[in-house]
Design a protein around this ligand. Sequence first.
Ligand SMILES: O=P(O)(O)OC[C@H]1O[C@H](O)[C@H](O)[C@@H](O)[C@@H]1O
Length: 447
Amino acid sequence: MDTIKLVINHVYDFVSEKEILQQADNATAANKALHDGTRAGNDFLGWVNLPSSVTEDFIRDIEDTATALRTRCDVVVVVGIGGSYLGAKAVIDALSNSFDWLQHERKDPVILYAGNNIGEDYLHELTEYLKKRQFGIINISKSGTTTEPAIAFRLLKDLLVGKVGKEEACRRIVAITDASKGALRTLAGTEGYKTFVIPDDVGGRYSVLTPVGLLPIAVAGINIRELLRGAKDMEEATGANTSYEVNLPAIYAAIRNELYRKGKKIEILANYNPKLHYFAEWWKQLYGESEGKEGKGIFPAAVDFTTDLHSMGQWIQEGERTIFETVLSVKEPKENVKIPHDEANLDGLNFLKGKRVDEVNKMAELGTLIAHVDGGVPNILIEIPKLSEYYIGQLIYFFEKACGISGYMLDVNPFNQPGVEAYKRNMFALLEKPGYEAETKAIKERL
Ligand SMILES: O=P(O)(O)OC[C@H]1O[C@H](O)[C@H](O)[C@@H](O)[C@@H]1O
């Protein structure tokens, strides 16, 4: 299999090869536990064999539904928060033209997002824009009770029904939620929306290869078969019996845990391709919610280079030495752009004439890697041959698998997120939600 590569020699000044090898048993046991279901959170392991268990009927259903939405809509709004939108946005942004929404004579609908914030102006501006468009909605919520998407969906549904009538609106709304529980399931049943199920044993942040990610991705015109093929190949290459030396997620998980033990408390995921910005946002949720608990866990941060070398670069080079970097390096860009000659040469850059822009980017990447390692920042490199469905599929499964292994090596349950409830309880108490009377009284006394 042609594959993404893990380059680890730039951590050796901080964690030795021997120390990495010493983690073989731990990492392999953690990987095995994900397959055997013998550790905490074993009711949320549906993602482990997901790529290899997808059926042709399922893919067709997704593709047919996507075609129906594509036929009726110029714009499709993905309503969801956290794991219910980040995976789709990560993949769509990685594989689409950067100026996608500005293209005229489009063949694919524009994908917009709502329900991932409670911004009043955002919702106003979105609904104003949609008044003039033929739009549809993919409403995604695993629990079916999350406040942010529920508010956005109320507004968008009202707008759509008012614009095209109940019957047509029903053809343009798809709900993706739990098989039986939650308000969204009930609503979809009453209204007769087309629905897809988020499997019980797949948590939100591991759900990009379920309809949660696949439907919006297919609507955007991206090949989900290739995405799944990449993920499946990575699933096969990282099975329970794969030996540690060639098990990329196990090695990555082991290194980051060793670095953490040595005081590297923050991991910065860096990219040199602006299309990967949201991939890092997806990764942040995956690792942040999975590992940040019980007073433990690496803090996942992200930067876009070279953009952020002109802002965060100073901190990374010379700030507190508690960080390490994981760099996403895309080998081959899709296009070929050469730097032109300039007669006046006022910027002094004629020495670059005729060189590809990517050559400059690659030298910035190499120069930064050397500078950061010299400055005390260990670097892990993930080489991606090119941004394609197939390799993004590999990368998704790689990071999911590594996250499960890493969480078990840290001795936490990587599949729950109890801490997320704290703000919700306070918000509901402050909003005087029925049933929260005692909490309302208690919180108001503190104000
Ligand atoms: O899909 P939903 O149930 O609406 O949840 C959406 C998101 O919000 C929750 O509060 C969790 O912290 C996330 O893990 C989840 O992805």
